[in-house]
Design a protein around this ligand. Structure first.
Ligand SMILES: Nc1ncnc2c1ncn2[C@@H]1O[C@H](COP(=O)(O)OP(=O)(O)O)[C@@H](O)[C@H]1O
Ligand SMILES: O=P(O)(O)OC[C@H](O)CO
Length: 508
């Protein structure tokens, strides 16, 4: 009998991967390619959507070739993607009309500040599930339309399509200008600020706030469900799932029950708590979002804490400061000292998101003395990610307590590139006071996309089967004394306040 597999596309911030999985959730082959990061102005981050599509066209056949299988042996394809990254393209030629504006980009900060005084902020948060912020795609779309009147006219004339990377890839995979499907799923739509979190439809009030015509937007479909058949680069593969990458990681970690959480440490770090059928509204600055939707089933919601600068800070320390040659080297350097020498780094490269929400905050280093060495700074760089995780876990636990239906986090399941750093994982356990566990399978985003597609296609009978694939690789227990932790948190909280104040000062 011919063996069948599931393919997953993980279109991330720095690279795109195609991974083929077998029935046991094991990787059979991987093809991966990076794309360029463009920083045309301070705070601006852009990608070339055409380059991302070109990379995707290369890696799908490469992954099949490496697995020595044909398209007929792929039971389903699942797509997970970096969320909020915004692009408009010409529906006739398929050409992107500008560089995609990446989720880390802060160019809409000024617009958000102006808008804030004219709109009902509480109503926006209620409808969209998150505070008005430069993090989401809706403000980026508004910015694009306002900064190019010709583009705005073309949008109104119906010549242009909008999408996040999921929509862009699905449209191209299913034929592009020749019948490509223009869709997104509810997880990605929930990151635009244009979708109503209760109805899971585009919200007329939110469209009005941002001046967006609905005709430019994709159709919102279930995350798990038949999408269409690929035409390019390998014809005949069934796309059975589309889902935001952080939600995919939640599924990849099999955090499928209400009360289960995961934290992914990549370029940013993203803590998601599955809240089941309950749309829990955060009182502590977390985002209410969609965990996934499946054809014919009620939606599953999540609470999310998003921190835009985690691995990005390590990249900056490596590429812009030149203090290390590789990301892995930061652990060796930071391990040369026992503490940060009194130094604290607040990496608000893209403002402060959850739970603080200060769009204009700027990065700062405080506590510098002539005693501080490169090694202390390396340690403070890592500690910044651990502190930010602590703030998110604290907010999540408080929200869970208030909701009454969810338990406090008993452990934190982690994944992503930064979890290779054992020192950082120990810092996370110490500062959150929660044990940290890392599974054997590091590619949880791709695995979650594969699980989603495989469940929708009936490749896996039910979610219980998937749990058996989860195997622990490492665990870190909290060791920090409560007094030490409390003191550290007080100083960190003060540093965060300074970053916010500094941003306000320089913005005026
Ligand atoms: N050993 C390490 N210590 C600290 N950071 C690391 C380490 N290895 C990788 N990283 C960081 O992790 C990030 C890449 O993680 P990954 O999960 O591949 O990101 P993404 O999916 O967001 O593109 C980079 O920012 C990189 O610098
Ligand atoms: O591509 P990643 O892993 O950096 O994730 C990006 C997030 O989806 C942004 O919200």
């Amino acid at each position: 009998m011919t063996e069948h597999y599931i393919a997953a596309l993980d279109q991330g911030t720095t690279s795109t991967r195609c991974i083929v999985f077998d029935r046991h959730g094991r990787m059979v082959s991987v093809a991966q390619h990076e794309h360029h990061q463009h920083f045309p102005q301070p705070g601006w981050v852009e990608h070339d959507a055409a380059e991302i599509w070109a990379v995707t066209r290369r890696i799908i056949p490469e992954a099949l070739r490496k697995a020595k299988i044909s398209a007929r042996q792929i039971a389903a394809l699942g797509i997970a993607n970096q969320r909020e990254t915004t692009v408009l393209w010409d529906r006739t030629t398929g050409t992107p009309l500008h560089r995609a504006i990446v989720w880390q980009d802060t160019r809409t900060s000024g617009m958000i500040s102006n808008l804030s005084s004219h709109v009902d902020l509480q109503d926006i948060t209620h409808r969209a599930g998150a505070p008005l912020s430069n993090y989401f795609s809706g403000p980026r779309l508004k910015w694009l339309l306002e900064s190019d009147p010709r583009l705005h006219e073309r949008v109104l004339a119906g010549d242009v399509l909008f999408g996040t990377m999921d929509s862009w890839l699905v449209w191209n995979l299913t034929g592009g200008p020749n019948g490509g499907i223009h869709m997104t799923d509810a997880t990605n739509a929930s990151r635009t600020m244009l979708m109503n979190l209760e109805t899971l439809e585009w919200d007329p009030v939110l469209l009005g706030v941002f001046g967006i015509p609905q005709s430019v937007l994709p159709e919102i479909r279930p995350s798990l469900g038949a999408v269409g058949i690929t035409v390019d680069p390998v014809p005949g593969i069934r796309i059975c799932s589309v889902i935001g990458d952080q939600q995919a990681a939640l599924i990849g970690q099999t955090a499928l029950r209400a009360g289960e959480a995961k934290c992914t440490f990549g370029t940013g770090s993203f803590l998601l708590l599955n809240t089941g059928a309950d749309l829990v509204r955060s009182r502590r600055g977390l985002i209410s979002t969609v965990a996934y939707t499946a054809e014919g089933e009620p939606p599953v919601y999540a609470l999310e804490g998003a921190n835009p600068a985690a691995g990005t800070l390590v990249d900056w320390f490596r590429d812009h400061i030149g203090a290390i040659r590789s990301s892995a080297e930061i652990e060796t350097l930071a391990s040369q000292v026992d503490d940060c020498g009194g130094c604290y780094v607040v990496p608000s490269f893209s403002g402060l998101l959850a739970p603080h929400w200060v769009t204009t905050a700027q990065g700062i280093v405080v506590g510098l003395t002539s005693y501080v060495t490169r090694a202390h700074l390396a340690r403070a760089v890592l500690q910044a990610t651990a502190f930010q995780t602590r703030d998110l876990v604290e907010a999540m636990n408080s929200d869970a307590r208030d909701a009454g239906t969810l338990a406090q986090a008993r452990y934190l399941a982690v994944d992503g590139g930064m979890t290779a750093n054992n020192l950082l994982m120990q810092m996370v356990a110490d500062l959150t006071n929660v044990p940290v566990v890392r599974p054997m399978m590091a590619e949880t985003v791709a695995l979650g996309a594969a699980y989603s597609a495989g469940l929708a296609a009936g490749y896996w009978a039910d979610k219980a089967v998937l749990r058996r694939n989860w195997k622990k690789a490492a665990e870190w227990q909290p060791h920090m004394k409560p007094d030490t932790r409390d003191g550290e948190v007080i100083r960190w909280t003060h540093a965060v306040r300074l970053a916010a104040e500094w941003g306000r000062l320089t913005a005026t």
